[in-house]
Ligand binder design. Structure first.
Ligand code: SAM
Length: 301
């Protein structure tokens, strides 16, 4: 990312798994095995699976368990705990994470970001002479959200990019979605969700009709694998804005609270935190000021 100061503990994406339907007889997932898998997913990834996710877990993991030659889920669970390479866990999370996203999702946020947040932050940076804007988009899934933010940044700085240190770090736990994000190619129907001016200005049309995000947008975004459950984050600088939407929804209240504490540590004073419209920060959290639905600002220094 040009000029970006963020440094990450980089984990390399693995192979793309075949997510097609599983065939053959279903391997049973006993109550005990489900509890083992559920606890492992919670401890490693913070994702809270309720009882109703049992069938989903059994279905999504059948193929992996069989392909890797295990006779049952208990053996698979032991292997997940033993594997020191981390690859087994990568395959697991690639299978079970929910990555639903689309361009311009919760569009109020993008409009507020463009009309209010960007001009305000840019003015502040100009005044201080620092001219630096670093954004973080954790739980970025297949890239629609960070690319949209990058397009809006380009729109804003159209006439004065020189002299600015602009960059967006986009992270996720799933290597599978990160590879899609890095490819930056989306079906035409998906691109059509964006306002027409953005779709026209920032995509090229691939020979098969799909939209390819232009290089000037891609150059602003750095995709990396990062588990939000890490006790601390490996960043040198702080972010002006964190866009973490529809991620905390999978976490329980203590996990969300711990995550909010870590966000607070890496957000600049008066920096903005965007969360999903169906998510909330604890009402008693005096470190963040409520700005508008699902938008908060870090208080003071
Ligand atoms: C539903 S998607 C949200 C995508 C996008 N932010 C949006 O609002 O459209 C949630 C994303 O969070 C990621 N995620 C879940 N647990 C995570 C963790 N522990 N660390 C990092 N990313 C995680 C998932 O892989 C998934 O891509």
């Amino acid at each position: 990312m040009p000029g970006a100061k963020v440094k990450l503990g980089v984990e390399t994406p693995g192979e793309v798994p075949d997510l097609s339907a599983d065939h053959g007889n279903l391997m049973p997932l006993t109550e005990r095995e489900y509890c083992l898998m559920r606890d492992l997913v919670y401890h490693r990834f913070g994702i809270h699976l309720g009882e109703h996710k049992r069938a989903l877990i059994a279905g999504r993991l059948q193929k992996v368990v069989r392909e890797q030659g295990f006779d049952n889920f208990s053996e698979y669970h032991d292997y997940l705990n033993r594997d020191a390479t981390g690859e087994a866990l990568t395959t697991l999370i690639d299978r079970i994470s929910t990555n639903h996203t689309y361009f311009y999702r919760e569009k109020d946020h993008f409009e507020f970001f463009f009309r209010t947040v960007l001009p305000e932050l840019a003015a502040r940076e100009r005044q201080s002479g620092r001219r630096t804007l670093h954004l973080w988009c954790p739980g970025c899934s297949s890239g629609e959200e960070p690319y949209t933010l990058a397009m809006l940044i380009l729109e804003h700085f159209r006439r004065e990019m020189t002299g600015w240190d602009l960059g967006l770090l986009a992270t996720d736990i799933s290597s599978r979605v990160l590879r899609k994000a890095q490819a930056g190619i989306y079906p035409a129907e998906s691109v059509a969700r964006l306002p027409r001016e953005l779709a026209r200005a920032y995509f090229d049309r691939a020979p098969d009709g799909r939209g390819r995000v232009q290089d000037r947008v891609r150059q602003l975004v750095l995709f990396r694998r990062l588990n939000l459950m890490r006790p601390d984050y490996p960043f040198r600088g702080k972010f002006s804005v964190i866009f973490c939407r529809n991620v905390m929804i999978y976490f329980d209240p203590p996990t969300r609270q711990a995550l909010t504490d870590r966000f607070h540590r890496v957000l600049e004073p008066e920096g903005y935190l965007f969360i999903g419209h169906s998510e909330t920060l604890g009402r008693n959290d005096s470190r963040f000021r409520y700005v508008r639905p699902a938008v908060y600002q870090r208080v003071g220094s």
